[in-house]
Design a protein. Structure first.
Length: 342
């Protein structure tokens, strides 16, 4: 097996773009391809789930990856209006959305020449993801990419103060759908703070809250069942306002206990929608969203829409940098196969 990738990090969170070596995934849309990858249909023309998963496992397991690795398979877009499609993956499977990955893909699409861009100005990269069509606005200056603004699918709040029983007591969580479903809760509500030293406890609390919400009505997507279920739990601290912007620090615990090193792109969209629904953030006002490692996204809600109704459109801005280009090999005699997780 040979797999070719180009790797980026967005505010510290890895994103591994698979350029070659993954089997073709049938389907008319990216959402359908994700369903097939998950084993939900596809018929005789679908690749064996293990064939695609062999590549995913190879890239997310040691010795070629790690449990926190994230990436995507490039796939055709849903129609000619988009530049590319992507099937997001992590160590546990395939996600419906990924804001930090969209930022990385926007940078890569321009840096690689896939999408033409001015030396100074903004290039629009339209990307089809399982939750819909998103846009990466790639900022350029002096012939260099200086940042990317991720414009998400509409984000909708389904609960603001949903009681959840935990081993640390009852907490009230907010639930928002922003391409994926996120539950957010102040870290102080579970007796914690967003600090690297508290990560094991934060992960445990996130997993417990996610499990407790499994059957909650609020986590069901109103129009697409494929987008239902809590994907991530955001634990956050309030920070002093900075340069007039509301400021928070968060850690997002997603999938089966993975930690987002970045402030989480689609999770930031969810926080923006919640803050708008709470009346704490007006359209156009900025949120400074800091990660557990100190990196920052800035975000805003665009005018129009209702976070408790049809949803609001959000923009999240960050930076992505290329970290390497790789040709991964799996030799037939390698007794570790696609690798291992610790």
């Amino acid at each position: 097996m040979f797999v070719q990738t180009v790797d980026y990090h967005t505010a510290g969170e890895p994103f591994r773009i698979v350029l070659d070596g993954a089997p073709a995934i049938p389907g008319d849309t990216v959402a359908e391809r994700r369903a097939i990858a998950l084993g939900a249909g596809g018929g005789a023309t679908a690749p064996r789930p293990s064939a695609l998963d062999d590549v995913r496992r190879l890239l997310t397991r040691e010795p070629r990856g790690h449990a926190g690795m994230y990436g995507g398979f490039l796939v055709p877009p849903d129609d000619d209006e988009a530049h590319l499609g992507v099937l997001f993956w992590h160590k546990d499977g395939y996600s419906t959305a990924c804001g930090h990955g969209t930022i990385a893909l926007g940078a890569w699409a321009v840096d690689s020449g896939l999408v033409a861009a001015p030396a100074d100005g903004v290039a629009r990269v339209r990307i089809d993801v399982p939750s819909g069509r998103v846009t990466a606005l790639v900022h350029r200056a002096g012939g260099r990419t200086t940042g990317v603004t991720f414009r998400n699918v509409p984000s909708r709040v389904s609960a603001l103060k949903l009681p959840v029983e935990t081993s640390r007591g009852t907490v009230e969580v907010a639930v928002a759908h922003s391409g994926a479903c996120y539950a957010s809760v102040p870290a102080a509500a579970v007796g914690l703070a967003v600090e690297p030293a508290r990560l094991p406890e934060l992960v445990a609390a996130g997993r417990e809250i996610r499990a407790a919400l499994a059957d909650a009505e609020a986590v069901a997507h109103p129009t697409d069942a494929r987008l239902s279920g809590v994907y991530g739990v955001i634990l956050y601290d309030e920070l002093p306002a900075e340069d007039g912007a509301l400021s928070q620090r968060n850690v997002t615990v997603f999938a089966d206990g993975q930690i987002d090193r970045s402030p989480c792109g689609s999770g930031t969209s969810a926080r923006l929608a919640v803050l708008a629904a709470e009346g704490r953030l007006a359209a156009g006002e900025r949120l400074r969203h800091e990660s557990v490692i100190g990196t920052v996204f800035t975000g805003r809600v665009l005018p129009g829409g209702d976070p408790l109704g049809d949803g609001v459109v959000t923009e999240v801005t960050g930076t992505a940098h290329r970290t390497g280009e790789h040709g991964f090999v799996l030799e037939a005699a390698d007794e570790l196969g696609t690798g291992f997780l610790l």
